[in-house]
Design a binder for this molecule. Structure first.
Ligand code: HEM
Length: 402
């Protein structure tokens, strides 16, 4: 049973919401000043929020106390189990190791070539226009084409997958998702993936490098992997790898289009791009992950009961000024770049982090080579939405066409 909170309590805080940028970041910056832990009582559920970086890292590493069976704070008993993100050790490790090889650093030189090709095609479509909605016209398309390439689906299916992605992850103006549309779309995507798994099983290609071709023959615990589990894993790749990269790129470009000195430094010196990616990921860390407590425990002196949900906003970890100097500013050339947790911590730390970094670095270099100077094409406040992932609603950009 939960004892009375000794930490600050909020009845106004909402996990899901919208506001004018940078409201989604500022709310944690402000809460963090009040202490390491917050208790939230929303009409839809109660949970704890960890705002201290070290406490969050320790908890995310302690999978025996903090289970991934539920990973959003308002859904402690989820109907769907996504593999591997909702598995705890030791089951988690079996699936994680199957996936890890496709996203290992040694694969990046091969994938980088594909990423450059896709980036060139998408930039060819927009650079002569002189303006775009960066989110829709580039950021959503780019990781989708890479996903299709890596998992082994025809790139021509990009518009269809992009539409499905939008139906599954984009909330309305109040920040709410249409749950019926989400579930219908999820089954549609799984149906398409199942067709392809069946095709690859019927016509195996021993030379194939893509995930679906290999997944058709995955073995777990000495048995062929079940189709439902394979599909859950492929669906997670679709959800985890697309919206994250799209939104990270959009926040990065929002910073750069409003900070001419930073963008011209990247344009002048493309070798700065990998460090810029790390700093932008740190300053704009968009996922918020949650865990379900398996046994009574304590956080910052507060008793936490088994069954409680705990939220770990990664942005609070990375913008914690107790641990990072000038934590709430973007400093592209930090002498001693801090460790950051934009990809999480513990055994579930993002398996796609090398791919995400490569996509972002290639993009920053190629964009600034072709469009070195650009600016925000509106004087209206820009809206963002938040929940498990933070994202912008739109990012209108303008530049002088060539
Ligand atoms: C900048 C982009 C990205 C960010 C910020 C990001 C962030 C994260 C975070 C925070 C987690 C941990 C979730 C948790 O602890 O509950 C995670 C897990 C995961 N991510 Fe990423 N991700 C990104 C890109 C990608 C890409 C490109 C892929 C692959 C296509 C991917 C695939 C995964 C998978 C499969 C997991 C689950 C890993 C596990 O449970 O062991 N992510 N990601």
């Amino acid at each position: 049973m939960t004892t009375a909170p000794t930490c600050p309590v909020s009845k106004d805080f909402r996990f899901i919401g919208t506001g004018a940028f940078p409201a989604g970041f500022k709310r944690y910056d402000e809460l963090q000043e009040q202490g390491p832990l917050l208790r939230v009582d929303e009409p839809d559920g109660s949970y704890w929020v960890v705002l201290d970086r070290e406490l969050a890292v320790q908890s995310l590493q302690d999978t025996e106390t903090f289970s991934s069976a539920a990973i959003t704070p308002l859904d402690p008993n989820p109907a769907v189990r996504m593999i591997p993100v909702q598995l705890d050790p030791p089951e988690h490790g079996k699936w994680r190791s199957l996936l890890a090889s496709y996203f290992a650093p040694r694969r990046m030189p091969y994938l980088e070539g594909k990423i450059r090709e896709r980036c060139t095609e998408l930039l060819d479509d927009i650079v002569d226009r002189g303006s775009c909605d960066f989110l829709q016209d580039f950021a959503m398309k780019f990781p989708t084409t890479i996903f299709l390439e890596v998992v082994g689906l025809p790139v021509e299916e990009m518009p269809q997958f992009q539409q499905w992605l939008a139906a599954m992850v984009h909330p309305d103006d109040e920040g709410n998702l249409d749950r019926d549309a989400l579930i219908t779309t999820m089954f549609t995507v799984m149906g398409r993936l199942q067709e392809v798994v069946a095709e690859r099983r019927a016509n195996p290609d021993p030379e194939a490098q893509d995930i679906i071709s290999h997944a058709a023959t995955w073995v777990v615990d000495g048995e062929p992997a079940k189709d439902d589990d394979i599909l859950s894993c492929l669906l997670l790749l679709f959800l985890a790898g697309l919206d994250t990269v799209a939104n990270e790129l959009t926040y990065a470009m929002l910073h750069l289009c409003t900070h001419p000195e930073d963008r011209s430094r990247i344009a002048r010196d493309p070798s700065l791009a990998p460090a810029a990616v790390e700093e932008l990921l740190r300053a704009f860390s968009i996922p918020e992950v949650a865990r379900k407590v398996t046994r009574d425990t304590e956080l910052a002196g507060q008793h936490i009961a088994a069954g409680d949900m705990v939220l770990f906003p990664l942005m609070a970890m990375n913008r914690d000024s107790k641990h990072v100097e000038c934590a709430r500013e973007v400093v592209l050339d930090r002498a001693d770049p801090p460790v950051h947790y934009a990809f999480g911590a513990g055994p579930h730390r993002c398996v796609g982090s090398h791919l995400a970094r490569t996509e972002m670095t290639v993009f920053l270099q190629m964009w600034h080579e072709r469009v070195p100077d650009y600016w925000l094409d509106t004087d209206q406040p820009l809206r963002e939405h938040w929940g498990s992932i933070h994202g912008m609603k739109t990012l209108p950009l303008r530049w002088a066409p060539r």
